[in-house]
Design a protein around this ligand. Sequence first.
Ligand SMILES: Cc1cc2nc3c(=O)[nH]c(=O)nc-3n(C[C@H](O)[C@H](O)[C@H](O)COP(=O)(O)OP(=O)(O)OC[C@H]3O[C@@H](n4cnc5c(N)ncnc54)[C@H](O)[C@@H]3O)c2cc1C
Length: 464
Amino acid sequence: MTPHIPALWPKTTGETSFWFTQTGRPMPRPALPGPTQADVCIIGAGFTGLWAAYYLSRAAPDLRVIMVEAEHAGFGASGRNGGWLTGGFAWTHDRYLNTSTEQAVRALVRAMSGTVDEIIGIAASAGIPANIRRTDELLVATNPAQHARLLDEHRSRTHWGETDIQIIDAADLAQRVAIPNARAGLKIPNVARIQPAELVTGLARLVERMGVPIFENTRVTTLHSGRVETTRGPITARTILRTTEGFTSQLAGHARDLLPLNSAQIVTAPLPESVWDKIGWQGYEMLGDFANAYCYCQRTDDGRIAVGGRGIPYRFNNRLDQNGTPDDETIRRLIAILKQHFPAAANAPIDHAWCGTLGVPRDWCARVDFDPVTRIGSAGGYVGVGVSTANLAGRTLADLALNRQTALTALPWVNRPLRKWEPEPLRWLGLRGMYKLLNAADRAEAQGANPSALATLANRIKNS
Ligand SMILES: Cc1cc2nc3c(=O)[nH]c(=O)nc-3n(C[C@H](O)[C@H](O)[C@H](O)COP(=O)(O)OP(=O)(O)OC[C@H]3O[C@@H](n4cnc5c(N)ncnc54)[C@H](O)[C@@H]3O)c2cc1C
């Protein structure tokens, strides 16, 4: 008997991401040929590793830089994300004050926001189209509790130097996009929409043209100062940069550094003009909301809606997804968000669903690390805001690897003390409990409750 498949169920799932089904998988690159020597070995060919390679070889063309990648360039979150290029700042600014000053945190905010122009400029000069479109970010509040969070967010961002953001009322919002029950929106200018797989594969080709070989299907098993062991032979390198973000927990000795948090997306088929007439969204804004378990959406170049959200946040003992295949419960939740925010597209066919992993440090604050003694560096923990952050991290890693003391190496996310995650089962229980509370808070708030005590409790767990 054929199993019953609901009409709205995605036609395909996994396959790394919808973005790769659009671009087609690039030709595989050769694996490491055997024992190899280099000046710098970069582990992981996502945005962080690729940007580090780009800036290193631009600054020091004679340096022998090589990259090793377990699967293929862009296999990780860099080829799977929501395509929000925002120059945003992951998690609370105040946390960086433990080890720095307000002035330094503002410098970090400015540097992050500069990444949008930096990436767009390099992509343009290297001929990487990546469907880049400059637009605004629009975060929408659909109930009183979300509205209160919107006002908090506006206050906080303004305090930290983002003076060009603006609150827009329901009427102005409706001119841009029709979201049921929308009360207000936070408009953040100077962001862009990208096609992630195109950007990451274009960047990989650029880095190769600059003379950096990328060895694919080459998994690093261990690393020590000066030496990296891989499934294809050892590498000796004076400097090693580990840029494995959401996969870091799989490396021996790193199980509790960055928690692998899941994020997932669905994408509709291209929608007819009659549907777009109802939705609006002619500005292709990056659309999100102020739910506790928030969503992120983009209107694609070919007229689809991509909706992203958390779903099942964390699998016991750092277990990862299989090539981007999400679980059914996550898909159901994303379809519910599509219907809630875009009722005109409620019956649209869903072409694809996929997921990926992002890295979360115990203090939920992105970081760049470099030990001048072992000469091992790393960056990550972007908590889902990594498309732009990875550029700044890669640039900073390059300066650190070149022993340069620059404005970037002085930023307060460099070499902060690392707090490890709790061992299992505490890690799983904590994350699971936290997201159950956040989802329950969203349900209560949708019924008109104030910013709920449940959300406060969830945030206490997070900040404990
Ligand atoms: C579904 C989803 C949606 C997202 N949406 C957005 C968004 O819209 N905007 C935004 O700013 N951020 C978003 N993010 C986060 C962002 O994509 C990431 O923060 C960013 O891409 C991380 O880049 P990276 O290079 O550090 O890591 P990755 O892209 O994950 O790259 C790490 C690479 O290391 C390789 N690797 C791992 N282990 C080994 C090993 N042992 N040996 C060799 N290679 C190894 C992996 O195969 C992978 O290619 C999203 C993330 C996900 C998962």
